[in-house]
Design a protein. Structure first.
Length: 88
């Protein structure tokens, strides 16, 4: 696929129809933003989320804790509780 540059002088402004930026088979490589990012739906992250500053969450947060996700070598929630009881 040939690479083609594009220029947007007045911003990308969606009209009265749904507008996508990128595609599941043609993704943007990097996004560099200098201001606020507002997401009105789900934000799925398939890698690390590095935050340099405050992370402000307005609503519930669900994370798989202690279930061996990530780099391996973790313990289950039940094992963690058993260790805590055993070690006092």
């Amino acid at each position: 696929m040939a690479k083609a540059a594009f220029r947007v002088d007045d911003g990308i402004i969606p009209g009265h129809v749904n507008v996508d930026l990128g595609h599941s088979s043609a993704k943007f490589r990097n996004a560099h933003l200098s201001a606020q990012l507002n997401v009105g739906g789900a934000a799925d992250i398939d890698g690390n989320l590095n935050v340099d500053g405050s992370l402000i969450v307005d609503g519930p947060v669900t994370m798989p804790l202690f279930e061996g996700g990530g780099g391996g070598g973790g313990v289950s929630a039940a094992q963690s509780i058993a260790f805590a009881i055993a070690l006092g």
